[in-house]
Design a protein around this ligand. Structure first.
Ligand code: ADP
Ligand code: TRP
Length: 321
């Protein structure tokens, strides 16, 4: 049962990405699973080439530093020919209505006069990412569930119309409440797509920057350390973060914490302890361009080899050879 997931370098990785995705990829992966930096998905709106290049390296370095096995990692554009070849076949399998119905497309295109075609077709590229590698399970956030559904639909349709070649994938969604929220506005999730530097803790933030962000975290005026996500979302978020970093539960970590100040300090220290080794290793990798380039090359070669036969078969079944 191959698991595959991607992370788009539309910004730098943050604590939410780490606790909600990257750490699981590192600790729960089976040898056949694959993870990748979906840099081709970061250009559906106008982008800076230089920044994309840099963010792609950062993302790869963070994944390696977090312990995602290198041989199971690749950068999407290193397999651009493969992913795009299948994306075209799947674009010709997908209807315009299906693409237009994607919630993310509707939301992101609204009010924009210059919507790129890529914003409409990127879920089809995502289907290609998934189907190319024989993926059975796709760990993603809720917002990507509809795209995995589309991948299912396209896999079934192609299999029926042209011949069995694709595994029909299934989304694996995070448990309810597994969302890290912004430190400055606990009604929102921590996200790299929103500019919220004070509320977002980045994996590469220096320890003192992390401590400062926690000191300024928004709580409430009750001055009561309780785990009540609906009434005290800021406090609950800090408890959730502390618990996640210590592999514990909010109910357990709350013991012994008497004030908001103690809670902020405890959460900050837990995050610093969790992220420091990842940050240090990632910075080392970013210094040593040769090692990172080699990891990238080997990961790409490995992923390409694994996908070759399936792609050739799809090209054949579609009547292209
Ligand atoms: P972002 O909103 O920061 O752009 P993505 O949509 O690229 O994040 O998500 C990448 C991965 O990180 C997904 O698996 C998603 O579920 C996870 N993730 C993103 N934000 C959070 C968060 N605040 N808490 C927990 N997991 C998150
Ligand atoms: N679109 C996903 C996101 O923004 C990232 C992604 C691209 C992905 N291709 C994928 C996730 C394939 C899972 C499988 O989060």
């Amino acid at each position: 049962m191959i698991k595959l997931s991607g992370i788009t370098p539309s910004g730098t990785a943050h604590l939410g990405n780490y606790l909600g995705a990257i750490r699981r990829w590192a600790t729960r992966s089976e040898p056949e699973d694959l993870y990748f930096v979906s840099n081709m998905h970061a250009m559906t709106t106008k982008h800076s080439a230089e920044e994309l290049r840099l963010l792609t390296s950062h993302q790869l370095a963070v994944l390696v530093a977090a312990g995602v096995p290198k041989e199971q990692l690749f950068v999407q554009s290193d397999l651009m020919r493969e992913h795009m070849a299948l994306a075209w076949i799947l674009e010709c399998t997908c209807t315009f209505g299906e693409a237009r119905r994607m919630i993310q497309f509707k939301e992101k295109s609204q009010g924009s006069a210059s919507v790129r075609l890529g914003l409409l077709t990127y879920p089809v590229l995502m289907a290609a990412d998934i189907l190319l590698h024989g993926t059975a399970r796709v760990p993603v956030g809720e917002d990507q569930n509809q795209h995995v559904e589309l991948a299912r639909t396209l896999a079934r349709r192609f299999n029926t119309d042209y011949g069995e070649v694709f595994v029909v994938p299934e989304a694996v969604l995070p448990e309810a409440g597994a969302r890290v929220r912004s430190l400055s506005d606990p009604s929102r999730k921590m996200s790299k797509s929103i500019s919220d530097d004070g509320g977002t803790v980045y994996v590469l933030d220096e320890p003192d920057v992390i401590r400062r962000k926690f000191r300024r975290a928004m709580t409430d005026s009750r001055n009561e350390v309780r785990y009540a996500p609906d009434e005290q979302p800021g406090v609950a978020n800090l408890l959730d973060i502390l618990a996640a970093c210590q592999d514990s539960t909010p109910e357990h970590v709350i013991q012994g914490i008497g004030s908001y100040r103690d809670l902020k300090e405890a959460a900050a220290e837990a995050v610093v302890t969790t992220l420091s080794p990842v940050r240090e290793r990632a910075l080392e990798l970013l210094e040593d361009k040769v090692e990172l380039a080699q990891i990238r090359q080997e990961g790409a070669d490995h992923a390409r080899k694994r996908s070759e036969e399936r792609l050739n078969q799809a090209i054949f079944l579609a009547g292209l050879v």
